[in-house]
Ligand binder design. Structure first.
Ligand SMILES: [Zn+2]
Length: 71
């Protein structure tokens, strides 16, 4: 299904990806769904939505849209 959104809501909705950043070493891991958990290749730390390091501007990325609003 295709959605056209002009306005980004700062709220996690189903199907939205968040940026996973290691809270220990600050390594950017990937964009993934909030329920995912991933292992940092640098320090071996497990990063999930609870402990991930959040950027100042915590952006969300729709899974059907690979366009970043940052940068
Ligand atoms: Zn790390």
């Amino acid at each position: 299904m295709k959605k056209t959104e002009k306005q980004k809501e700062n709220k996690i909705r189903p199907g939205m990806q968040v940026e996973f950043i290691c809270p220990k070493c600050g390594t950017h891991l990937a964009w993934a769904l909030p329920e995912m958990e991933m292992n940092c290749p640098k320090c071996g730390n497990w990063v999930n939505n609870q402990n991930r390091k959040k950027p100042k501007l915590d952006l969300l990325l729709p899974t059907d849209d690979d366009q970043l609003t940052l940068f």
